[in-house]
Design a binder for this molecule. Structure first.
Ligand code: NAD
Length: 460
């Protein structure tokens, strides 16, 4: 698909900037209408979304319908149900005179013109969920889908103008090289989903204009399995997190620390569940999600080739159609190629480590986006929470903390800044503006501030 020209970028940006300045996006009616239309856009195009994800990633509808269609629709419904509460003025808690007689309040102002840039692994969700936040906040938006999911990108380009207000919400297509032009422009907020490396570029490009950013980045999320865990259940859930989307999930399990005393049992259970998820089709099940492109296939292939660990399950791969079997690699050391970068694929390195060793390794590296502890011991859970940091934590499962309602989803340090979901996403696109009105009669109290200064006034 051809990318938007500079003239098209200029035209789109001028349009949404003028629209924001004309205040049409501020009334709740406009926001509610766009949110409803977003819901209908997803409803009317659900089969096409499923097909696009199948074309881009060979994703099965059992994965795409609940996440990439219903999941976004739920975010729409949540925004529609909460928008009155999110947008209404709030009062500061204190009871001092400015708060009380000055009627101090905090207004929720839209930041203005926003740019939303998304990754390819959930190309609809990562674009539309932030867009829902931007609409709810009253911002205008330029959407930049990922070029690496071209069927999804094409559908987004086609759908959005048919459903949403074109004077306020536009789609721009661009590859990495064209991003410079887009990022030189002045934005009021940039919401970026993607890698930590590109996140740093976005942050640097936003700095000269003091543009605020939300950075939803990657990370090497570990799972720690201790002897107190339900081993079979831990394996079932970790295998699921690696199988889904072929492990191309920002909150996936990157590697597993497992206590040596339970390792063999754990690996046997993992293998059993991978077999189950593949329905015994050890080579290439028709429905398995593929690696997104040649570059990522070669990257994973080379990381696996260079690993000193031993493949104990899977390892089959087909460069032609980018099928990569879920692959367990045992005996991985911390210096291994498989731990040199975020895997973002179906390889599961297993490291021998007790809880203390797992924590010690984890805290010496960037804070991950997600951290998973598999343990039945409250003391072990407390220890993990006390000694580590990460965007979010799920105990005894993976991924699910990102589905908690009204809770922030985001990273910390190298895994990102800012958060979304529910009111937290609304807040990212909102400026909190404090307003106070000072009545004349408050001079009774305020008069002490005026010069000429005197010790008597200072003591008052
Ligand atoms: P990426 O950083 O390569 O690309 C993301 C977006 O940035 C794309 O739209 C791309 O066109 C654009 N881009 C690429 N190079 C650029 C450049 N030099 N300048 C400006 N823009 C550029 O990431 P990806 O490969 O699409 O996605 C995978 C990464 O995203 C992984 O690290 C994953 O963990 C992360 N991710 C994070 C979340 C989250 O919610 N935290 C969700 C999904 C993916």
């Amino acid at each position: 698909m051809s990318y938007s020209s500079e003239a098209q970028v200029d035209e789109a940006l001028n349009t949404v900037t003028n629209t924001f300045r004309s205040n049409v996006t501020k009334p709740l009616e406009w926001r509610i209408k766009q949110l409803r239309k977003t819901w209908w856009m997803l409803e009317d195009n659900r089969e096409r979304i499923v097909q696009a994800l199948s074309a881009d990633l060979n994703k099965h509808r059992q994965e795409s319908l609940p996440v990439d269609v219903a999941g976004i629709q739920n975010a729409c419904l949540e925004a529609l149900g909460s928008i009155k509460e999110w947008t209404k003025d709030t009062k500061p808690r204190r009871t001092d005179p400015l708060n009380l007689v000055g009627g101090a309040r905090i207004r929720k102002e839209p930041k203005g013109v926003s740019l939303i840039i998304s990754a390819w692994n959930y190309p609809f969700m990562e674009l539309f969920e932030p867009m829902i936040c931007a609409i709810a906040a009253g911002c205008t938006t330029i959407l930049k889908p990922s070029e690496l999911a071209p069927a999804s990108e094409r559908l987004i380009v086609e759908m959005v103008p048919k459903y949403l207000d074109q004077s306020a919400i536009r789609v721009i297509t661009a590859g990495p090289k064209d991003m410079n032009y887009l990022l030189e422009k002045k934005w009021d907020h940039i919401f970026f989903t993607g890698s930590t490396a590109v996140g740093k570029i976005i942050y640097a490009k936003a700095a000269p204009n003091l543009t605020t950013v939300t950075l939803e980045l990657g990370g090497r999320g570990p799972a720690i399995v201790t002897p107190s865990a339900d081993i079979d259940l831990a394996a079932k859930r970790i295998a699921n997190a690696k199988f889904m989307n072929a492990g191309q999930i920002c909150v996936g399990v990157n590697h597993v620390f497992v206590d040596p005393s339970i390792k063999q049992k754990f690996i046997a259970a993992l293998s059993k569940y991978f077999d189950q998820y593949r329905s015994g089709q050890s080579r290439e099940p028709a429905y398995a999600t593929r690696i997104v492109n040649d570059r990522h296939f070669k990257r994973l292939d080379s990381l696996l080739e260079n690993s000193q660990g031993k493949i104990v399950y899977g390892g089959e791969r087909n460069h032609e159609n980018r099928f990569f079997a879920p692959t367990i690699v045992d005996g991985v050391k911390t210096s291994d190629s498989l731990l040199s970068e975020e895997l973002f694929g179906p390889i599961l390195p297993i490291l021998d480590a007790n809880l203390d060793q797992a924590i010690s390794y984890t805290v010496q590296h960037d804070h991950p986006l997600a951290l998973y502890g598999f343990t039945s011991s409250q003391a072990e859970k407390d220890k993990i929470l006390r000694l580590t940091n990460s965007g979010g934590v799920t105990f005894n499962d993976a991924i699910l903390h990102m589905l908690v309602k009204d809770a922030p989803f985001g990273g910390v340090g190298a895994s990102g800044m800012g958060a979304y979901h529910g009111p937290f996403g609304f807040n990212e696109f909102t400026h909190l503006r404090t307003v106070v009105n000072v009545p004349g009669w408050l001079e009774l109290i305020l008069k002490v501030r005026y010069a000429p200064y005197s010790d008597k006034k200072a003591a008052a």
